[in-house]
Design a protein around this ligand. Sequence first.
Ligand SMILES: NC(=O)c1ccc[n+]([C@@H]2O[C@H](COP(=O)([O-])OP(=O)(O)OC[C@H]3O[C@@H](n4cnc5c(N)ncnc54)[C@H](OP(=O)(O)O)[C@@H]3O)[C@@H](O)[C@H]2O)c1
Length: 287
Amino acid sequence: MKRLLVTGASGFLGSRIIEYYQDRYEICAPSHTDMDITDKEKVAAVLCEFKPHMVVHSAAISDVGMCEREPERSWKINVDGSRNIAEASAKVRAKCLVCSSDQVYFGSQARGPHKEEEDVVPLNVYGREKLLAEEECLRRNPECVILRLSWMYDTRTLKEGEHGDFFRTLAQRLRTSEDLSYPVNDVRGITDVNEVVRKLERCMEIKGGVYNFGSSNDRNTYETVLVMFEELGWDTARLKKDEDSFGASPRDISMDQDKLKKSGIIFPSTVESLVRNMRDILLLNNN
Ligand SMILES: NC(=O)c1ccc[n+]([C@@H]2O[C@H](COP(=O)([O-])OP(=O)(O)OC[C@H]3O[C@@H](n4cnc5c(N)ncnc54)[C@H](OP(=O)(O)O)[C@@H]3O)[C@@H](O)[C@H]2O)c1
């Protein structure tokens, strides 16, 4: 059995990786207290002992607001911690997959869908940390596969207390009679986390470098929900445009999929996945 080490295993993505791969890999999933990724020696020792074939590095301060409030702490974790993982992976010759973010494109002069080789100047602390982490990881370990993830969701809650997401928030709001308002000034891919999890194994075979890794979406969030409602035959009267969010600096962090497709990895579009998942939930609830 091949060995897989996952950082951030208690998190939203990490817990789903463990669930999906547990029968097919021997897994090491050190908790934050077992292996603080900012502790370089500890990271090296854990990887040296377990000798993974593949490492998925998902540990991070993923809360954008928290990074703004605590830049020093988040820098240590998101940049220094990532570098430690990439370096230790290189020493044990493990293929290292590093979770980055579409937020690196926020502030980019170019219009979306953005390509990996574009010059980027991220606007927020989180985006800057992720970008620097990408560069540091590739410098220490050129075989690293950097995954620029988009906004991920699941239809189910795996663990009490995990952070919310687009799909479950929408599903919850649908049960109320309130208006549903979504930003018109935000264009971004929204991806089923299970698609991400299933495709990770394929990344073992791709060349080191940066990859956009998620569903394509050229619609703003309001239009995304509108099209979803139309496809499902739902009344769109409840949908309202939120003109304020990102009004001062409209955001388009949608990602181009060409490089990933050339590596044989194809995600369904954001709307396609959302509609399919919503239909599955409705079927489940009706049975
Ligand atoms: N969720 C999204 O939509 C999204 C979108 C784009 C990119 N990403 C990126 O994808 C990755 C996974 O995101 P996520 O949503 O699963 O994050 P998450 O739910 O916030 O989980 C983060 C994980 O990191 C661990 N962690 C934090 N500091 C650590 C440290 N110093 N040492 C060891 N572990 C530490 C946390 O453990 P404790 O809770 O015990 O501290 C937790 O298990 C992150 O890199 C994130 O930036 C996520």
